[in-house]
Design a protein around this ligand. Sequence first.
Ligand code: GLP
Length: 245
Amino acid sequence: TAIYGSASDASKEVAGEVADLIRKRNKSGKKTVLGLATGSTPTQVYGELIRLHNEEGLSFENVITFNLDEYYPMEPHSLQSYVRFMNEHLFDHIDIPEEQVHIPDGTLEEENINDYCREYEEKIRAAGGLDIQLLGIGRTGHIGFNEPGSRPDSRTRLITLDRITRKDAASDFFGEENVPRRAITMGVGTILDADRVILMAWGEGKAPIIREAVEGNIREQVPATYLQEHDNAEVILDDAAAEKL
Ligand code: GLP
């Protein structure tokens, strides 16, 4: 666990680590494979990566990305889609080739989702696995959309969102009744397979669940506790999110 005075200082540190890896890989002509998250938490990390691209020439031409999750159903152009979110907060501002970006598809026919999820896993493997996975945390303790009850060996799949998660998303959707009931998410096992995992949380609202995640027993009721078993996972907090540790 690392605690910073502000989310922006912490975000710069995280972006710096990501950028260092990309530069190192670029030098040796290798790809960097990033697992990316949405939500308000990682936005300043993306902002800093864009700044490094603009001001220091950090190139994303050799970067491959896999996003954690997407609501289901969801059209990519919808206000709330994670495709739109990622384009606006990162991809539209950097030089990553479109074919190297992967975000779960919220427009699939339901009968095709299982095959699609298997292929998503296969693509991560074929890319060489995730080098760094960025995570936020939901009030339920979810990582990605792995809600309470998710198994440690779960893989990419269609899940049902927790009531609390849908409440927290209500303002984005102009009412809880408009929040989709389901989502496609990488599994806990998919996340734990990453070489490095960085979970970020800012603000006092996250302090109770951060205490559970960091100090609580490892259990499926709080999926973020599974990260305690990863040998290269780090929790990065601002003072407020760390206040109950
Ligand atoms: C959503 C996302 C999660 C994210 C969580 C927290 O549920 N699917 O990946 O961690 O929201 O959101 P925020 O970062 O806005 O607090």
